[in-house]
Write a protein that binds this ligand. Structure first.
Ligand code: NAD
Ligand code: DAU
Length: 359
């Protein structure tokens, strides 16, 4: 197997940590450089099991720092990038849109420029060919497509962009920049747009870990609006496998949608979570439904997301591996068994972990 030097950004976050773990374990010949600035959402404790692996390196850095990105590309002779670093929570983007434009747009641009400078730096025409191993793989979201009605339609790779939140607008903008670098500079790129992920190590501000934690602690469950919005849920390890497949087999310049064919109305999903937590805690199943509290709806709340991932299945052979019932039980069990992790990330104590590990 070829040696490669792969930069994974945002590898201390939820999805990034699963991608880093998969690549470090599966590809001992690859050098994996995990670059993360460690915001509130980044936690090195997510990667404890692989932190001493010989093919793993951690770099604490901000993707917006272009000079440092260039330095890191040169230092590790980076040949490809899997770019996950982002501000990722819609509610935060409503309160603080600037930080989303900064990280998601300017940060992506800074990485694209570093890749261009490093891979296309010779004084030839901008259309000079890169090496076959060069790839800028940008991880995006289905939210760039806007919202679907309550019908049978699905987002495909051809669906027109129509973002509604500052988060999805910033992700859409970054997708456009990535495609512009293909068209203008011939940078080898690939993009995937994924639906909602669930699983271990997700920061407990997102629906599933927040609600598991609140049920456990008998705290109110704030359901936005009437709880009728629909999301398409995918187990995070299946997303990581899809990223592996696209990274190795995807066609340069293409976009792939990733989804679970697994739509749930929020309130129905919440009731499944409640029953699962109640069961695992030995409470009467459904008893915690009393915690459901309907609150003011999220501004610009998209009605429904649902992904058609048949291109990825037909062309590259990827399919979700886990049934939702199994995935959600595994997930609930993980959060209940990892109360220390939850306590650390909610108290901010995990920030001290970095100091201890890396000085
Ligand atoms: P997350 O918020 O859990 O993690 C983001 C990571 O990026 C953190 O480790 C954080 O420290 C790091 N980061 C933030 N700003 C940075 C900066 N300026 N420089 C370096 N690192 C920085 O996010 P996630 O849920 O794991 O999402 C990862 C990616 O996948 C994002 O690009 C997101 O848009 C996309 N995505 C997420 C989902 C989902 O359901 N969570 C679905 C589809 C796509
Ligand atoms: O679709 C992919 C996207 O999924 C990713 O790009 C985002 O990074 C990720 O955060 C996620 O976005 P959502 O906004 O769909 O996820 P969230 O967990 O915040 O909310 C899921 C649904 O639950 C949504 O309809 C809003 C609702 N909700 C959420 C929270 C946090 C509530 O009703 N109450 C809540 O407290």
């Amino acid at each position: 197997m070829n040696k490669r030097n792969i930069l994974i950004t945002g590898g201390a976050g939820f999805i990034g940590s699963h991608v880093v773990r998969l690549f470090v374990n599966k590809y001992p010949n690859y050098r994996i450089v995990n670059l993360d600035v460690l915001t509130y959402a980044g936690n090195l404790a997510n990667l404890k099991d692989i932190e001493n692996a010989p093919n793993y390196i951690f770099e604490k850095a901000d993707i917006c720092d272009f000079d440092n990105m260039l330095r890191i590309f040169e230092k590790y002779r980076i040949d490809s990038v899997i770019h996950l670093a982002a501000e990722s929570h819609v509610d935060r983007s409503i309160k603080d849109p600037f930080s989303f434009a900064r990280t998601n747009v300017m940060g992506t641009l800074s990485l694209l420029e570093a890749a261009r400078g490093s891979w296309l730096s010779q004084p030839q025409s901008p259309k000079r060919k890169t090496q076959t191993s060069n790839l800028f793989y940008h991880i995006s979201t289905d939210e760039v497509y806007g919202e679907l009605k309550f019908d049978n339609t699905l987002f495909t790779e051809e669906t027109k962009y129509d973002p509604h939140s500052p988060y999805s607008a910033s992700k859409a903008s970054s997708d456009h920049f990535v495609r512009a670098y293909k068209d203008t500079y011939n940078l080898p790129i690939v993009i995937s747009n994924c639906s909602n992920n669930y699983g271990s190590y997700q920061f407990p501000e997102k629906l599933i870990p927040l609600f598991i934690n609140n049920i456990r602690n008998n705290k109110p469950l704030p359901v936005y609006g009437k709880g009728e919005n629909v999301r398409d849920w995918l187990y995070v390890e299946d997303h990581a496998r899809a990223i592996d497949t696209i990274f190795h087999k995807g066609k340069s310049g293409e976009t792939y949608n990733i989804g679970g064919f697994n739509e749930w109305k929020n309130i129905d999903l919440i009731k499944v979570i409640i029953r699962t937590v109640d069961k695992l805690l030995g409470r009467e199943e459904g008893a915690s439904e009393k915690l459901i509290t309907y609150v003011t709806d999220r501004a610009g709340h998209d009605l429904r997301y649902a992904i058609d991932s048949s291109k990825l299945k037909n062309e590259l052979g990827w399919e979700p591996s886990l049934q939702f019932e199994e995935g959600i039980e595994k997930t609930v069990r993980w959060y209940l068994e990892n109360q220390d992790w939850l306590d650390n990330v909610t108290s901010g104590d995990y920030q001290k972990y970095y100091e201890k590990m890396y000085g």
